[in-house]
Design a protein. Sequence first.
Length: 336
Amino acid sequence: MVTATAVETESSSGDKNVISVEELQNYGINVSDIQKLRGAGIFTMNTVVSTTRRNMCKIKGLSEVKVEKIKEAAGKVIKIGFIPATVQLSIRQQVFALSTGSKQLDSMLGGGIMTMSITEVFGEFRCGKTQLSHTLCVTTQLPKEMGGGEGKVAYIDTEGTFRPERIKQIAERYEMDPDTCLENVTYARALNSEHQMELVEGLGEELSSGDYRLIIVDSIMANFRVDYCGRGELNERQQRLNQHLFKLNRLAEEFNVAVFLTNQVQSDPGASALFAAADGRKPVGGHVLAHASATRILLRKGRGDERVAKLQDSPDMPEKECVYIIGENGITDSGD
């Protein structure tokens, strides 16, 4: 795997892995061109390196000559190429887990929702997808010894289901100040798929502060299903979705944050057992979303207040099921 390693340069947040584009000034790039990069959603040196010359030339005011100079300067700060596996191991050791609120669910996932990757939960209505999102808004702020990340949350709501009052209820469970919890959740209502993508493009500036530990998109496909209707627009939808997911994955890796996506299901009686629930339902988004999500979890209704989570795909953990409860205090275990 080809990856990038940064020189020992600290950003304003003190994180050595995040180098601001302002560093380009030390290599002969003028301030006005750096502002153009920032206006296009490029806030860090890693993003400069990962953005193609073709896309960078689309930025208003940047010629091919300027782009080449920017790329050459970035190459002096970020070294791209093969690295020893021991270096990659040290990078992977920075990954940590965010508690879901349920010990059984955390155990099934190997500790919780992992940073540096995308986790997707899918299921029909009333399975707890949004309630799990609300619970993660609080647990992410907990100390690391309690399964938290001691950081903020960026929440993109596509269906209008975000409820700040639920955050306050769940905060009381952990004896946290409800108002402080709400202040640490940055919320945006995505009006359509284009707006949703723009919101993610603009997250680089927020994340470069080093204060964030989680990005939530609830739900990932709702706007795309509305904006692209019929088979004639399916190819365009999947291309746009692929770009969106690529950006989310880059943010997860670059800033060591977890990306948590909720997803809808659709009926497909002929679906394979690998991607469909027992009743023939399968997640929306096709192979593009399936490949982008490192971890996929099927949620379904159980008996009474119980819900069942099945780990369908994970790079680290085997397939397994567990039971959880949706209550006033968010996601909990049976008997809590």
